[in-house]
Ligand binder design. Structure first.
Ligand SMILES: Cc1cc2nc3c(=O)[nH]c(=O)nc-3n(C[C@H](O)[C@H](O)[C@H](O)COP(=O)(O)OP(=O)(O)OC[C@H]3O[C@@H](n4cnc5c(N)ncnc54)[C@H](O)[C@@H]3O)c2cc1C
Length: 89
């Protein structure tokens, strides 16, 4: 974004919106697992972190929407585009 602007970075922006919350959720999940039962009780903040991580996969748009955007941009970059006929369908 800094080097080429937001428009040029649309794929990367959509990708990080999928990757960052997913990695956060996986990391918190691993932290819960190594803490055993304590990881899911309210003596730690891990259950809160897990809920927050899960929310992130919706709050800035669902994963599916970002993945669809990536697919559309990538198909366009590769020279595939929807025909006028399929747009109307
Ligand atoms: C804590 C929190 C904070 C939020 N903050 C903001 C905010 O600051 N500003 C703001 O504008 N919004 C905010 N939102 C709203 C958030 O962007 C929406 O909840 C999100 O876009 C999903 O919309 P929805 O809840 O209507 O679910 P729906 O649109 O009904 O989606 C439900 C599910 O359907 C599927 N889905 C939806 N659309 C598609 C699609 N196009 N392709 C494939 N699958 C799809 C996905 O699996 C999705 O999870 C916030 C939400 C939460 C929970």
């Amino acid at each position: 974004m800094d080097a080429q602007g937001t428009k040029a970075a649309l794929t990367e922006i959509s990708a990080i919106k999928v990757v960052a919350p997913t990695v956060l959720q996986e990391v918190v999940d691993m932290a819960i697992q190594i803490h055993g039962g304590m990881g899911v009780c309210q003596d730690t903040l891990l259950p809160n972190f897990y809920a927050q991580a899960r929310v992130l996969r919706l709050a800035d748009g669902p994963d599916e929407v970002h993945k669809t955007m990536i697919a559309k941009l990538e198909l366009k970059r590769q020279g595939f585009s929807r025909s006028a006929k399929s747009d109307k369908a």
